[in-house]
Each structure stands twice: as C-alpha cells, then as structure tokens.
Design a binder for this molecule. Sequence first.
Ligand SMILES: [Zn+2]
Length: 185
Amino acid sequence: MAFGQALPETSRRSFLGGLASLSALALAAPAAAALPTREERVLSFFNTHTSDRLTLPYFADGAYLPESLARLDRFLRDHRTGEEHPIDPALFDLLHDLRRATSTNRPFQVISGYRSPVTNAMLCSEGGGIAKGSLHLQGRAIDVRLADVPTPALRDAARELRRGGVGYYRRSDFVHVDTGRVRAW
Ligand SMILES: [Zn+2]
C-alpha cells in the first residue's frame, strides 16, 4: 500500500503500530551490536614458525570460553622457549573485528605472539625495531599478516579500529597490533 493513501482506521492503526515496532528495532540494533549475547566469535590462525593451525570459537553466549583461551595461550606461546602466558582476550576481539573489517577468509598468519623476557632481550639486541617494554611480554600484542589482504590494507583497517597500537613492518611484511594505548608507527 502506497504512503499517503487513505487507510481504514483499523489498518492505519496496525500500520502505525508496525512503524513503531520498526523504529524500536532500529533503536535496539546498535545496543545489540555492542553487547552480543548469542554471537559466537571464531578465529583461525596459522603459526608461521611451527606450521600449526588452530580454528576455534573463543567466545559464545556472552562469555569467553576458558578452554579455548587456554588453547590459544598454548598456540601463541613463545616458540623459542616454549613458555606460555595468558593472552589478553581483548586482543582476540580486536583480531575478530579485523577479520570482519577486512572480509578475510584466511587464517591469521602469526609471526609473533607471546614473547618471554629472554626472547625479547635477544631480539632487542639484534635490532629490528623490537621494543624493550614490548606488549608482547604481557600477552597483549601479536604480529600478523593475511594471505588474502595486502599488509598495508590490514594496517589501515587496524588503525581505523582505534583500539590500541598498530605497527607496520614493511620489510618483514606484517602488522603488529596490541591492546595498549592508541598509537601508530
Ligand atoms: Zn609486535
């Protein structure tokens, strides 16, 4: 039925009622997006050092899944020393949003997840722009690339999220993201 057309009183009322519930839905939508309760968040990784792969939901029904987080901690361990450290779940949410922002269908290729103090000191002494107080030491940073997204595009998507630090390493072709202060290098 066209707008502006005269409606019998009863159908006009249900038409207006329909409009009211539509706008209620529209108002509810942003809140639902910010606080998903039924959403399952899935991430997929490929470890470039060990060639291990991992795909799993880490969040479902409004809560992080402890077993998944434990598997992710193991997966993102310091591959040089074998040491594990709890990884900040906010980092997984950041990666999940990056997945959406880039529309990637491929796993995140992980260059570096957790870094033990020994490994970080070793990499520092080799140079290459490794920070002494790196957030990798706290399980709050990850270095990644995607096979189906050019790395500069991944960097831009990460910067647009404004959720922490974003570093672009052109020569090694990866992007560092962390859950620290919003900054870029
Ligand atoms: Zn990094």
